[in-house]
Design a protein around this ligand. Structure first.
Ligand code: PEP
Length: 253
């Protein structure tokens, strides 16, 4: 049985005071939940706050990126070992905003994934097609390419140590959500692709949906057989909304 995971991607938002308030609000809101895993991914400077405020809770924290390098002369980058130092459990890799705005290609994303796993951090690999790719019938081709980059460089075993988030680019921050059927179709395709290499790893792999998930659509999305939770952007910045999505995860288990 795969435990649902609800992870918040705060992106580049908030201040020290707002992060403190949000962390405390989420902590109070999910305190009684038993069957869902909850994680928050603030910006790097606020990870220490997560460690300070959440250490006595069941909530995990993670980073929004990790370097593909172990350490050294890489100005501005943050290594898996540094994240580990702040007790991070997760690191998002290959978010579409980084692919599009920072020019990250599949090879770099696969290196980041491998570096996270080697450093004891669980990578959350983001995959997904643009609107143009969907409309031209290339959704499966694109997500297969994103998955295969990791499969080919690290082997299927790497998916035993990570999480995949299907995030159609056209649904991120747009208010347009994939329908449960659209999301389930892609999730089933991804799980099938991993299963063709190793059925056991595929059966245990947590596949999150991301893209305008909100309290109003979370229940239906998470109810899909291959959707094991969500990666939440905008709605993770309001404690009440994020807690409501966590409750949907709790109730689905
Ligand atoms: C994201 O950026 O990971 C995301 C899912 O954003 P939103 O929920 O705002 O669409």
């Amino acid at each position: 049985m795969r435990r649902p995971l609800i992870a918040g991607n705060w992106k580049m938002n908030g201040s020290k005071a707002e992060a403190t308030q949000l962390l405390n609000g989420i902590k109070a809101g999910v305190a009684g939940m038993q069957r869902v895993d909850v994680a928050v991914c603030p910006s790097f400077p606020y990870l220490y706050l997560a460690e300070e405020l959440l250490a006595d809770s069941a909530i995990a924290w993670g980073a929004q990126d990790v370097s593909a390098q172990a350490g050294g002369a890489y100005t501005g980058q943050v290594s898996a070992a540094m994240l580990k130092d702040f007790a991070c459990r997760y690191a998002i890799v290959g978010h579409s905003e980084r692919r599009q705005l920072n020019g990250e290609d599949d090879a770099l994303v696969a290196s980041k994934y491998a570096r996270a796993v080697a450093g004891g951090i669980v990578p959350i690999l983001c995959i997904g097609e643009t609107l143009e790719e969907r409309e031209s019938g290339r959704t499966e081709e694109v997500v297969a390419r994103h998955i295969d980059a990791v499969l080919n460089s690290s082997g299927v075993e790497a998916f035993g140590a990570g999480i995949v988030a299907y995030e159609p680019v056209w649904a991120i921050g747009t208010g347009v959500t994939a329908t449960p059927d659209q999301a389930q179709e892609v999730h089933a395709f991804v799980r099938g692709r991993i299963a063709s290499k190793n059925q056991e790893i595929a059966a245990g792999l947590r596949l999150l949906y991301g893209g305008s998930m909100k309290p109003g659509n979370a229940v239906e999305l998470i109810a899909q057989p291959d959707i094991d939770g969500g990666l939440i952007g905008g709605a993770s910045l309001k404690a009440a909304d994020f807690v409501a999505i966590c409750q949907a995860g709790e109730d689905s288990a």
